[in-house]
Design a protein around this ligand. Structure first.
Ligand SMILES: Nc1ncnc2c1ncn2[C@@H]1O[C@H](COP(=O)(O)OP(=O)(O)OP(=O)(O)O)[C@@H](O)[C@H]1O
Ligand SMILES: [Mg+2]
Length: 148
């Protein structure tokens, strides 16, 4: 088991930071370029949502927790959580529908959650109005880190 926690300001420059940290966290495994891209894209979508929807681009703190657990001889489970304490989501089920967006006027397409679901094995969203949002994602990866 390996775990990290990263807390950063909700500004767009930090999307790249979160992507790179997530990629570095699994770099010790034998992940394919595709798997690495999947994780980076999913993290990026969740962090973007926290910045633009959760905090309405007015800033706040975003926390990324990541954990890697060895599951079998040659697989491990990556969990990544992106948390904000922003405005929250009124109806999570509706928000996760492909093409649902509250940002149409800002040229949002409503595909962020769909990408997360497509690129990760599991996505669970927990949110309360005015309390914030937690996006928990899991992906099974081949290979394991000798340190686990
Ligand atoms: N962290 C969050 N805090 C508050 N609302 C959120 C959060 N994440 C998502 N939402 C809500 O869920 C909707 C759908 O999110 P999703 O990422 O699928 O699409 P989008 O961000 O609107 O567009 P895209 O990701 O394609 O640019 C958002 O429009 C927003 O209303
Ligand atoms: Mg989005």
């Amino acid at each position: 088991m390996n775990e990290i926690k990263l807390e950063f300001e909700a500004v767009s420059e930090n999307e790249a930071l979160a992507r790179v940290v997530a990629a570095a966290f699994i770099a010790g495994l034998n992940v394919t370029v595709d798997e690495l891209e999947d994780v980076k894209t999913a993290v990026s979508e969740a962090v973007t949502n926290a910045i633009i929807h959760g905090y309405k681009e007015c800033g706040g703190k975003v926390i990324m927790n990541a954990a890697l657990k060895r599951e079998s001889k040659d697989t491990c489970l990556l969990s990544v959580e992106i948390c904000d304490t922003g405005v929250g989501i009124e109806d999570v089920e509706q928000a996760m529908q492909p093409m649902f967006t509250t940002g149409a006027e800002n040229e949002r397409s409503g595909m962020g959650f769909s990408f997360m679901e497509a690129f990760m094995d599991q996505v669970t969203v927990t949110s309360s109005l005015n309390m914030g949002t937690m996006v928990h994602m899991e992906k099974r990866l081949k290979g394991y880190d000798e340190r686990q």
